[in-house]
Design a protein around this ligand. Structure first.
Ligand SMILES: C[S@@+](CC[C@H](N)C(=O)[O-])C[C@H]1O[C@@H](n2cnc3c(N)ncnc32)[C@H](O)[C@@H]1O
Length: 231
């Protein structure tokens, strides 16, 4: 983790997010227990609140951006994608995976969907060749058509979303949205800090392929490659 990345990430702890999408957290009653945590990411703007963030990981799901080694493993898991096919990244944050995606797939359009508004302008400035959507990952078909792509174009998807800490309704919405746009046999690559926690889920229309553990990440992570079933 380099200092620049950490500095870029830290202000996000206090970033406010758009709340107009009811499927993106706004209706989650658990966020209303503490008025300071009413909205996701609306936590605090300085490191002195880092402790509060650590106790309430639900909204962001991580303290630090992913390591270069996790980024490498995630992008490698995506494998070969036909030139011209659309690659979608969910929850790019400060772009820990994006640089690798852009470098590995120079002949593919890339669309990112990021809910935290403050991440969007820096991502778009750093990766001008990509499309950065400020929106919710549960509305992928809408984002695809709103930005001039078609679902037929989708070639693969990488997610940094904190799915385990999301409200169940939103998590299910994200998975249904992914299943809706991902063609049969294409890959959805997710990482997790707890492979065990994922055993209780049935991801709609997905089969889990062999996973890869990445120890050099804070915390250590596991890459979960899911392949879209036909039908
Ligand atoms: C754990 S961070 C991962 C960031 C980056 N991919 C990495 O690995 O360092 C999760 C990211 O998902 C974003 N996010 C959370 N919920 C989202 C949603 N419903 N739709 C889109 N992005 C979301 C957060 O704003 C945050 O940037």
């Amino acid at each position: 983790m380099d200092g620049t990345t950490l500095r870029a990430w830290a202000p996000s702890l206090g970033a406010s997010v758009p709340t107009q999408d009811p499927r993106c957290y706004a209706n989650d009653p658990s966020l209303r227990k503490n008025p300071k945590l009413r909205q996701p990411h609306e936590m605090v703007g300085s490191l002195k609140f880092l402790g509060a963030f650590l106790r309430n990981r639900k909204q962001v799901g991580a303290v630090l951006p992913s390591s270069p080694l996790l980024a490498k493993a995630m992008v490698r898991a995506l494998g070969d994608i036909e030139p011209g096919k659309l690659i979608i990244e969910l929850g790019p944050g400060t772009g820990a995976f994006t640089k690798r995606i852009v470098d590995a797939y120079p002949n593919n359009p890339i669309m990112m969907v990021e809910f935290t508004e403050s991440f969007v302008p820096p991502l778009q400035a750093r990766f001008p060749q990509t499309t950065v959507v400020n929106g919710c990952a549960s509305e992928l078909s809408k984002h695809i058509s709103d930005h001039g792509y078609t679902v037929d174009q989708v070639g693969g998807l990488i997610s940094g979303l904190p799915l385990l800490s999301m409200p169940q309704q939103l998590r299910d919405g994200v998975w249904n949205s992914i299943a809706e746009i991902l063609p049969a046999n294409s890959l959805y690559i997710q990482f997790t800090y707890s492979k065990r926690a994922w055993r209780k889920f049935q991801i709609p229309h997905m089969d889990l392929e062999p996973t890869k553990r990445v120890l050099l990440n804070v915390p250590p992570a596991v890459v979960l490659p899911f392949r879209r079933r036909a039908g």
